[in-house]
Design a binder for this molecule. Structure first.
Ligand SMILES: [Zn+2]
Length: 358
């Protein structure tokens, strides 16, 4: 961020917290075509319509993408009043693509999940052509890893695309937001599918039951998202509640799996329960950033470009998926060297006491 632009933001920040009651002044769409990089210096400051040079209304970043402050963006982009500057608005798809390579307040949100998409695409190839191929996998293993990696890719891609294209228009933003939220449901299914498949690897009945339950949960959550009020601010807490249910519903099969595998007498349970706890810890930390809007709520305008809560949320979503992929490889490796008969002989104690059988 240039010093000139920083000064312009500071001038606007000085009165204190953003004045959300100030009426939104919709700027005319910028004319980037007339702003060639050769004639337009990077981060040039443009005065507003009143010509008050002390209160610049927008700056033109590298590649001619205009950036606005909070007071100047349309209401549908005003999701976080603690982020003061660096907003893109009213720009066509071409400038959206160019904005990949500038510093806006969405740059980190886009790249964290765009790189995440590329990472899981690499894993999809590597899992199928190297990891599974070398360990004599069967069709179920390949299907499980493929669905998991594809679900994570879908979530990462939809999220990156939403943050890249949400500035085109309100209608475009709503379409991409629906895809973004749908991608979260798909990503959560990608977390549960390998868990249900490998946790109940030797319990065909429960394996099928949980996979069917997972399918119902996925279709149900998608159906709720089609509700016309789903994207409204009034449904903010209902959305959080829905995703919390989807996340913590996983505790049911985890508890069932621990009991059917010998409880805390079992080395397998002792190894994997802490790993599952790490997964939930990552979800809780990421969700806390998302809900509390920390750190920007404590440092408004100071983390607009780097370090805001949504960027931490993205990072923890990615780490959660990567962790689940890592744990799936571990449990897959376990089944590669243990037969079901051998497994049952080792871990039948608590399940037989509690009468939990197929
Ligand atoms: Zn996001």
């Amino acid at each position: 961020m240039s010093r000139l632009y920083q000064e312009s933001l500071l001038l606007q920040m000085q009165p204190g917290p953003p004045n959300t009651s100030q009426p939104t002044r919709l700027l005319h769409p910028p004319k980037p075509q007339s702003m060639s990089r050769d004639v337009m210096p990077h981060h040039i400051t443009i005065t507003d319509d009143e010509g008050d040079e002390r209160r610049p209304s927008r700056s033109i970043s590298r590649y001619g993408v205009p950036l606005y402050n909070y007071q100047q963006i349309p209401p549908y982009l005003k999701g976080n009043p603690y982020i003061f500057g660096g907003y893109r608005a009213h720009i066509p798809i071409g400038l959206c693509m160019r904005s990949l390579f500038i510093w806006s307040n969405e740059t980190m949100n886009i790249w964290t999940h765009l790189l995440g998409f590329l990472y899981f695409f690499y894993l999809l190839i590597n899992d199928n052509l190297s990891l599974l191929e070398d360990s004599h996998s069967d069709f179920g293993d390949n299907l499980t890893f493929t669905l998991m990696d594809s679900a994570f890719m879908t979530c990462m891609f939809c999220s990156a695309a939403f943050h890249l294209f949400n500035c085109i228009s309100e209608s475009a933003s709503k379409i991409w937001l629906r895809l973004d939220l749908g991608g979260i449901s798909v990503g959560l299914c990608g977390c549960y599918f390998p868990g249900a498949y490998y946790a109940f690897y030797c319990h065909a009945y429960w394996q099928l039951a949980y996979l069917v339950a997972l399918l119902i949960l996925a279709v149900g959550s998608m159906a709720v998202q089609l509700h016309p009020q789903f994207l409204s601010s009034q449904w903010h807490y209902r959305r959080l509640f829905l995703y919390s249910i989807l996340i913590f519903a996983g505790m049911i099969p985890v508890t069932h799996w621990a009991l059917t595998n010998g409880g805390f007498n079992s080395p397998l349970v002792l190894v994997f329960v802490p790993k599952i706890a790490v997964m939930y810890l990552l979800a809780i930390i990421g969700g806390t950033f998302y809900v509390t809007k920390f750190p920007e709520c404590q440092f408004p305008g100071r983390v607009d470009f780097l370090g805001s809560s949504h960027q931490w949320w993205h990072l923890f979503v990615f780490l959660g998926y990567a962790w689940i992929h890592h744990c799936t490889i571990l449990i897959y490796n376990y089944w590669m060297v243990h037969s079901c008969e051998e497994h049952f002989q080792k871990h039948q104690s608590l399940s037989s006491i509690l009468g939990i059988t197929d």
